[in-house]
Design a protein around this ligand. Structure first.
Ligand code: ACO
Length: 430
């Protein structure tokens, strides 16, 4: 982070010099940390559209170019050449592992895939028809009650164990939430399987018959995990950091991240997008829905379109679109009506003045639901799959924050526009 440049703020006849910090990549950042102390004013930025909340070495997005890097490596290269657990190592420790380091990491994650047996009973307190995200928020939060030997955030060894436990157990919990909703028995993890195959096994196998995981489907699942693994300071990651800044334990922080991710403007968009594509149903109805998306009086938005940071193609959407074609081919699904609607909707929207002028492009969620549905997942499992993929990103960001000596509790300020001071009136005088 290079310093040297300054910005000058002129306020009520006085000048204030503010340091300008230069990142490795991306726009310069004006350092306003001393502004309130020196000038007695706050800055105002609802939605954090112009505010860097931290410095980070993990993920970089260039929204104008449509680029995403994990630790400097472009997402397209990682999606094509790497695999999820290697990417987890990269995000957590900063470098690609050598063969010994990878084997050791995979062994550590694999050895932690089972959950405490008592957790099976904990699940039974939920209604069968609960959304799996509701169950996940509860069960992941409850991990601090089951694994309280790894919640001392000041102990680096405990932080490490908690990280491995989360990466290993969240897929087991997501699969259990799914099985519970079906009324089927929980399926224990199988440690000879790779991470993605094990997740498919826990979701789709039953004790009554053997289940064979198709390696091509497992590869597609792994790529979905990789594409969702981190995305710098988005809403759920910022939630994890803010929760963690108070010293809350990592399981509580990740549960907070899952709760935030559930919203339809964030991780819940993949479910909402597939439901929208199904509702559109046929290519002929696309203009009707595009008109609704453009109508200021209609709250309808084109789900899977638009992004706070990407003002160009979301690079993850490009990989996802190719994957959708591959997976449907593999499964022998030809002329899938939802995929046809999606492709035509994308084509028309990308030529439409409204979407072009607002730089609205498909995001990662536009095609992911089509792949997940073809694999056999119900829409309610789409966001849990996003959550399990993102767990490594959340935990990497949380670890980075805790290890930073400058870390302090997050406490945004406000522009108060409520009533001025007034005196209480007793009930009989109102
Ligand atoms: N359909 C129609 N219009 C849209 C859409 C959309 N999907 N997205 C943005 N717009 C319009 C807005 O109405 C607004 O128009 P205006 O300037 O005339 O008022 C303009 O584009 C800018 O939109 P904002 O909401 O201000 O942009 P913001 O950066 O706050 O929102 C967001 C980004 C939430 C992702 C938004 O594009 C959206 O709601 N998209 C649909 C939901 C979605 O796909 N979410 C997934 C995001 S990716 C992820 O979390 C994995």
């Amino acid at each position: 982070m290079a310093e040297g440049k300054t910005a000058r703020l002129h306020l009520e006849g006085k000048d204030y010099d503010l340091a300008v910090l230069s990142p490795t990549a991306g726009p310069d950042v004006v350092d306003i940390r001393k502004l309130y102390g020196d000038a007695g004013v706050f800055t105002y930025d609802p939605g954090f559209t112009s505010t860097a909340s931290c410095d980070s070495t993990i993920t970089y997005i260039d929204g104008d170019k449509g680029e995403l890097w994990y630790r400097g490596y472009p997402i397209e290269q990682l999606a094509a050449q790497s695999h999820y657990l290697e990417v987890c190592y990269l995000l957590l420790y900063g470098e690609l592992p050598n063969p010994d380091q990878l084997l050791d990491f995979e062994t550590r994650v694999t050895r932690h895939t089972m959950v405490h047996e008592q957790m099976h009973y904990f699940f039974r307190g939920f209604r069968r028809d609960s959304h799996p995200m509701a169950t996940m928020v509860g069960v992941v939060g409850a991990m601090s009650a089951f694994y309280h030997d790894s919640i001392d955030i000041n102990d680096p060894v405990q932080r490490e164990i908690a990280s491995i436990r989360l990466i290993a157990k969240v897929p087991t919990i997501a699969a259990m939430a799914y099985k519970y909703s079906l009324g089927q028995p929980f399926v224990y993890p199988r440690n000879e399987l790779d991470y993605a195959s094990n997740f498919l096994h826990m979701c789709f196998s039953v004790p009554a018959e053997p289940y064979h995981v198709d390696p091509a489907l497992s590869r597609a699942m792994d790529r979905i995990f990789t594409l969702h693994a981190d995305h710098e300071q988005n809403a759920s990651t910022s939630t994890v950091r803010l929760a963690g800044s108070s010293g809350a334990n990592p399981f509580a922080c990740i549960a907070a991240g899952i709760a935030c991710l559930w919203g339809p403007a964030h991780g819940g968009a993949n479910q909402a997008c597939l439901e929208m594509l199904r509702e559109i149903g046929s290519v002929e109805r696309i203009p009707e829905f595009l008109a609704r998306a453009k109508d200021k009086n209609d709250p309808f938005r084109l789900m899977g379109f638009g992004h706070r940071v990407y003002k160009n193609f979301d690079p993850r959407a490009k990989v996802m679109k190719e994957s959708a074609d591959e997976v449907l081919d593999l499964l022998g699904v030809h002329n899938n009506p939802t995929l046809q609607v999606a492709k035509e909707l994308e084509r028309i929207a990308l030529e439409d003045e409204y979407f072009v002028s607002k730089k609205l492009y498909p995001n990662v969620d536009f095609y992911s639901g089509i792949i997940l549905e073809a694999m056999g997942f119900p829409t309610s499992m789409f966001t849990p799959i996003f959550a399990l993929s993102r767990t490594v990103g959340w935990i990497s960001q949380w670890k980075e924050m805790i290890a930073d000596p400058q870390n302090k509790i997050g406490r945004p300020r406000q522009l108060y526009v409520g009533a001025p001071r007034r005196d209480y009136k007793p009930l009989d005088q109102r």
